[in-house]
Design a protein around this ligand. Structure first.
Ligand code: NAD
Length: 480
């Protein structure tokens, strides 16, 4: 049994309570590790350490911070195999995916922000002959970073790296469902000699550790990625305390396919945007709208390709769809498939759990599922399922599909497939979403603003947006 520790003030330590939470291997449905069941006092200690470390860290030169972050990026890269294996076992995602996407991106997050901080600058406003203003951008202090289970190290580092680069110290909490790679990151930070207290990682439950971070008076900013429900709870606590908040939340993203698209590219990408990471990516296109003239062709091809996706153990190189992350999540996804049937949905493929053999017979596997015959405004098409489940619906006009696309409470991302340039630009402007992909999906440039509108998000991560979030602007006005 692997035992995970908190990382507070540069040291690995258990929770003060001495209690642990079970950590599951979803591919087997069994406990394989234990993580600290921390509480208010652990967060208190972590915040105290972060406060003590702040002044010195904020005063380090950009060059010095750059070097620390590059060292962390290098070590993540060197430990690719170990980290990818840990992520795959913890989360249920195929090992090849963790190796190709999750871990390289975690390293890229540190590398990107190590470099971005060297290019970050502030504005000056000249007032003609009378004077000049310039803006100082100073670190905020202690930042709280709370992340989810779907891309564990990838999203954890997406927050921590800019916070540290900008000169803040951090109290961070990974998801209790997938704590392993956050723990391995603490070992990496010790190996590179990151000064004690600069980064503190407290493991435990959301309503205990997450809430304690949100409520702590000395934590000045909260960067959160997770569900819209928890985002709302955080906002409720943090807003009257006047904390800075960045909330990256749920999605129900439309994938809009016009008849004039590059069909083969669209089909291959739609397979990915539907089922990659078992559909557990906030950016997955879970509502697929297809222009009626190609609907039947698309439907048949898409079903055929989906049935070819191998559902299997994450460590098997041939597996395309691994296990979903936990038993409650497995049950939630199956309950939505049941709801879809009750709402009149026709299950075209999948629609049930996948029973594997041997050591994996108790794992949480679901066949990739395609559902048709549902109205755009039914619950299945309005609520986030966050699993390998998509719906397909025909449409006739741009106006109609725009209404469908914008009908949910969410507005994270959208994908458009068309070779008609004017239509693509027009719809990109009209769709309510923070990110629009045209003839591609999940093509990322870390310099761009990342986040959603409506109930998908408040604020933006990525690029200088993240560095602006983790700094406080101060205007200095000088009269000539
Ligand atoms: P979640 O909201 O249940 O948990 C996210 C994190 O918040 C976890 O670390 C959890 O322990 C913590 N938490 C729970 N209750 C808390 C509380 N009361 N106070 C403070 N922290 C608390 O989300 P999840 O199930 O881990 O992740 C899935 C969700 O994340 C989906 O809705 C998905 O769309 C969303 N997500 C969004 C993005 C994005 O960039 N917009 C990216 C990935 C995932």
């Amino acid at each position: 049994m692997k035992i995970i520790s908190n990382y507070i003030d540069g040291k690995l330590q258990p929770a003060i309570s001495g209690q642990y939470l079970d950590v599951y291997d979803p591919s087997k449905g069994s406990v394989y590790a234990q993580a600290p069941d921390s509480g208010i006092q652990d967060v208190e200690d972590a915040t105290y350490a972060a406060q003590n470390a702040f002044e010195k860290w904020a005063a380090t030169s950009i060059d010095e911070r750059h070097k620390y972050l590059i060292k962390i990026a290098d070590l993540i890269e060197n430990k690719l195999n170990e980290l990818a294996m840990a992520e795959s076992i913890d989360n249920g995602k195929p090992l090849w995916l963790a190796k190709k996407v999750d871990i390289p991106r975690a390293s890229a997050n540190f590398r990107y922000f190590a470099n971005a901080i060297t290019q970050f600058s502030s504005e000056a406003h000249d007032m003609g002959g009378t004077g000049i203003n310039y803006t100082l951008r100073e670190p905020i202090g202690v930042a709280g970073c709370i992340s989810p289970w779907n891309l564990p190290l990838y999203l954890f580092t997406w927050k921590i790296a800019p916070a540290l680069a900008a000169g803040n110290t951090v109290v961070a909490k990974p998801s209790e469902v997938t704590p392993m790679t956050a723990y391995l990151l603490s070992e990496i930070c010790m190996e590179v000699g990151l000064p004690a207290g600069v980064l503190n990682i407290v493991h435990g439950l959301g309503h205990k550790v997450g809430a304690a971070i949100t409520e702590h008076k000395k934590i000045k900013a909260i960067s959160f990625t997770g569900s819209t429900r928890v985002g709302a709870e955080i906002a409720k606590t943090a807003a009257p305390m006047f904390k800075k908040i960045s909330l990256e939340m749920g999605g129900k993203n439309p994938n809009i396919i016009f008849a004039d698209c590059n069909y083969d590219k669209m089909l291959a990408t739609t397979l990915r945007s539907s089922f990659a990471n078992q559909g557990q990516i906030c950016l997955c296109g879970s509502r697929i709208f297809v222009e009626r003239t190609i609907y039947e062709r698309f439907k048949n091809d898409f079903i055929k390709k989906t049935k070819e996706l191998k559902v299997g153990p994450p460590l098997d190189a041939a597996t395309k769809v691994g296990a979903v992350v936990s038993k409650p999540h497995f049950e939630k996804i199956l309950s939505y498939i049941k709801l879809a049937k009750e709402e009149g949905g026709n299950i075209l493929c999948g629609g049930k759990k996948a029973a594997l053999n041997g050591g994996h017979k108790n794992g949480w596997y679901i066949y990739p599922t395609i559902i048709e015959n549902l109205k755009y405004d039914c619950r299945t098409n309005q609520e986030e399922i966050f699993g390998p489940v998509v719906t397909i619906m025909p449409f006739d006009t741009e106006e109609e599909v725009l209404k469908y696309a914008n009908s949910t409470q969410y507005g994270l991302s959208a994908t458009l497939w068309t070779e008609n340039l004017s239509r693509a630009h027009k719809l990109a402007k009209e769709i309510d979403a923070g990110i629009i992909w045209i003839n591609t999906w999940l093509m990322r440039d870390l310099r761009t603003p990342f986040g959603g509108v409506k109930n998908s998000g408040v604020g933006r991560e990525g690029g200088f947006e993240a560095l602006r979030f983790f700094t406080e602007p101060k205007n200095v006005c000088i009269a000539y």
